[in-house]
Design a protein around this ligand. Sequence first.
Ligand SMILES: Cc1cc2nc3c(=O)[nH]c(=O)nc-3n(C[C@H](O)[C@H](O)[C@H](O)COP(=O)(O)OP(=O)(O)OC[C@H]3O[C@@H](n4cnc5c(N)ncnc54)[C@H](O)[C@@H]3O)c2cc1C
Ligand code: FES
Length: 524
Amino acid sequence: MQQRDLGQSVSVWMATTAAPDQSTLAEDAHADVCIVGAGIAGITTAYLLMKQGKSVIVLDDGAVGGGQTQRTTAHLSNALDDRYFEIEWLHGSEGAKLAASSHTAAIDRIESIVGEEQIACDFVRLDGYLFLPPGESAELLDRELAAAHRAGLGDVERLPRAPLACFDTGPCLRFPRQAQFHPLKYLTAVAGATERGGGRIFTATHAETIKGGKPARITTSSGRIVTADAVVVATNSPVNDLLAIHTKQAAYMSYAIGAIVPHGAVATALYWDTLDPYHYVRIQPLPPEAGMTEPSGAEGHDVLIVGGEDHKTGQAPAHSDPYARLEAWARERFPMIREVRFRWSGQVLETIDGLAFIGRNPLDQPNVFIVTGDSGMGMTHGTIAGILLTDLILGRENPWTALYDPSRKTLRALDRFVIENFNLARQYGDWLTSGDVDSPAQIKSGAGAVIRRGLTKMAVYRDEQGACHECSAICTHLGGIVHWNDAEKTWDCPCHGSRFDRLGGVLDGPANRDLGGVDRDCEK
Ligand SMILES: Cc1cc2nc3c(=O)[nH]c(=O)nc-3n(C[C@H](O)[C@H](O)[C@H](O)COP(=O)(O)OP(=O)(O)OC[C@H]3O[C@@H](n4cnc5c(N)ncnc54)[C@H](O)[C@@H]3O)c2cc1C
Ligand code: FES
């Protein structure tokens, strides 16, 4: 098992943060709570439990923040991207109020942690603007405004346009007191504070099996065992859950670009449009020490971050170039763009009813907890998880428990459940089709393709030196056939979003094992 690295692209956060130190678990250990996954959800949970006097161990098979957290755009928002009128319809008016107050509380909690731990992570409060794409009726904004007010966000207002001199957004909603930060600077500092408070964080340590009970036992791939009174699985997509959760959420790839613009040329705020998939925009100041000022030596530039172009994981539209489409969209609206310096992608998990799953793992021992289904709002959902799971583990009441309960059944989301699972069933049709190519000779250097070999299919990758590598194309979660992702050089499963590196090493759950027959030379 090699250390995971979710792809080849580099986000603006990865480019502007030093790689954290690694410390691997070298002996068996015990703690009150073991947390698997050191992203924003796992680290926040560990930090808040540590603050309550609990001993914690965090295990991650990569680095702190090395999962989707380093691939985010880090808008911190209570402007739910599934829209308040939709959340109200699905979860009732009380549910919408709790959703609003929990995301507001998450931003407040991040702000208070930044203050308490004195974290230099570019945290700033700002406004968020939701605007329409050309041709869409403003009625949507009116519905959302009314629903946001009913959910308790009384200071949301409708304005004639967002404060952008370069393009007229038309009517928009202003959500005040949103925020943004540098996610890796924040997370590494919170991890450091957790360790200073006695928490133990082990990276490059893969949790192979996770079993609840008294005590819970987590066995790592090196054979070391962690026992704990409770275990939190914060692996983004739960690697301990075979099906219960994965039929209620779907994995999507999302793309982002970071373009250099003159400092101050774009008003610092969060921006979203209401397209499906939608565009999301923010500004990140570039410190001169990042060595990324203009070659001319001109100082003071910002990175304009623009994201979107989502599609289901492993189901990219043929001949699509999401980065080119994002750049074209951005250049049309932000003509001050000098160059696009960053391009990256990652995965979000969309639940069928718009809210994350945080709480006891369904059909499991009562001391196994999960957090998943970020719904594109994983910075706040991950922080909500820290607050909620701390209360659940300490046996305290929390008003958000039922809203985020992973076992909940949202009857009004039944149609989305059926659509998602119909799509899922179709993916297994890949077993019957021919391969992408007939022979390895047709695969160019640096590319991969699926090849049929009798009754089965193989994932074949030709490296930059021309050597050919082959492993099984059958996903180790539930047998889907993986697809080549040329942007990240990964094998992606279209069923529930498991991802594997070019040689078949597992990167993203729910699969927790490498592709079979890893790395055979296919030309022998
Ligand atoms: C392009 C993009 C833009 C986004 N924009 C926003 C945004 O603006 N605002 C927002 O709120 N959210 C946004 N999100 C979503 C957000 O980034 C994620 O939801 C969030 O980072 C997930 O955090 P996490 O802690 O749940 O998971 P991760 O950060 O993925 O952490 C999970 C960790 O578990 C580890 N792990 C997995 N399996 C094992 C195992 N078996 N053993 C040991 N360790 C394991 C992984 O190595 C990883 O470090 C965006 C996501 C993307 C991709
Ligand atoms: S992710 Fe479930 S079968 Fe591949």
